[in-house]
Write a protein that binds this ligand. Sequence first.
Ligand code: ADP
Length: 629
Amino acid sequence: MAEKKQFKTETKKLLDMMINSIYTHKEIFLRELISNASDAIDKRHYLSLTDEKIPTADYEIKVEADKDNRTITITDNGVGMTLEELENNLGTIAKSGSKEFLEKVANEKTPDVDIIGQFGVGFYSAFMVAKSVKVETKSVQDGKSHVFESDGLESYTVDDSDYNEYGSKITLYLRDNTEDDKYDDYLDEYTIKDLIKKYSDYVRYPIKTWVTKYDPKDDKDDKDSEPKTHLELETVNSMLPIWKKNKSEVTDEELNNFYKAKFMDWQDPLASIFVNVEGMLTYNALLFIPKKAPFDMYGDKNDRGLQLYTKGVFILDKCKDLIPEYLRFVKGLVDSADLPLNISREMLQEDKAIKKIASNVEKKILAELSRMLKNDRAKYEEFFSYYGLNLKFGLYENYGAKKDLLKDLIIMKSLKEDKLITFEEYVNNMKEGQKEIYYATGKSKEAVLALPQMDLVKSKDYDVLLLSDDVDEFMIQILKNYNDKAFKSVNNDDLNLVDEEEAKKIDELKEEKKDFLAAVKDSIPGVKDVVLSKKLKDAPCCVTADGGLTFEMERVLRAQNNKDVKAERIFELNPNHPVFAKLEGLKVADNDAFKKYTNVLYNEALLQEGILPDDPKAFADILNELIMK
Ligand code: ADP
């Protein structure tokens, strides 16, 4: 007896979208079903390698159209599904891509259906063209046959079946033609052939369909009669994996189509990398940088990895041992002849060949990026806008183990040139006499330009790198220097920009002003020290951070919930500024006013650094009192 079951709400939602879809590329249903069929064969083949009870077969996928009954069937001799699998896989949404798709469109009244293709919603895409779908299947695992049927609306039925081939047969009962959609087109032999070629050419199993062949004319035939024809089951796809071909024989268009079909993207990749290595270790790799970062790039940590094939047989998906964490955005595959077919994820970690391949793959990707940076700056900047943060993390991670590999791939905003430049470009454009690389942090270019510490830098016409990402300052501290040029923070470091005589004068004054500076310090709660500054020109004072933990780091760490992190605050005074003399006078004449003014100055300096006063209420009270005076 057929058992009737309700679809879960989420599934219903997805189905509803498929059925009512005005998506223009409904034809992708065939790609999705063929890809499922190919996966099913992969699974059967893989099982047969490790379990002798599972028989192998002459693997194939058949696509057949029946014009009279208006059906299309896709038949594979893969693993098939057990009853439980049927229900779990087809009755509910198992696939993360479909879930993501639903989440994405959940809040949109009229979702942009064109993004369906971006997600590859798999089996359910059948309902874009079919009013009902039947799945007959026999599992190689338990040898039992079942049938699933649904009109994709509310419910589905499952039942025992006498289907007697291992694998699955999906029958689509096409919807009625409408003015906009002529579903009958999908029954056409040429349409089917084209779709297979277009989307599924590299599927490694033969995809067969019935094609019309013309019979040769023999003498008895009337010369003018219609030629006789018969149908033959023909393999349509070329099967030879694209990565096994000679690099020079593969066009960009082929590569792009392969990428889009295999990795479910609707856009061409930003870059493709073709690797052919022969020698001690023989392998091919095909790597792609997607044009746009995926939604979940920083989501699930385990989601990265390349596909692994050995001798053209698919082994494992998402092998993270093949690619370092910071290159998690790279998609692709590695096919090696030097790995056993039954390699497991655990063995991978220890495998020397895998380590070597991974290290080569990493180098190839970085070399390609380096080429892009040199030859196509606009493209590199586009790349960096999506993935620059990954490279920065890569540089910062593991105490900078990869810094030499990555430092020349970083680009940062130049204050003077108002564009992104490399460290090398910064160094090449350094002014005569400039010994160090200057960088600054601040909310914006304007905020940095307005820093009191910038006056001297501007007067020398030195360039400054503007830090933008949270990781930037951490990364720079790991780098320490670039080609012997130390990185110096405009915000915090002494840049030795005052001239020698001036510096000497300030050093001498230090002793003389000792008591005064101590009094300033006593008047400001929370300040670590008060010093005479060598960083200032036009401004009376500034605040800097001492001891390695900067204000920027304080901000970043606090945002990550480390609420108690506090950079040590140094209040720096400009002894040449009239405000300095004014304070000295007040100290003698009106100690109370002296204390208030030092606090105002200190808080104002904090604000210029982009930091709120430690105690905004106390700051407001002081200002109010001064106004009333
Ligand atoms: P995806 O294939 O991306 O996981 P689908 O919705 O297309 O998502 O399919 C859900 C699951 O149903 C698959 O993961 C697979 O386990 C199973 N499945 C689909 N088609 C077949 C098939 N032809 N043979 C065996 N299993 C299949």
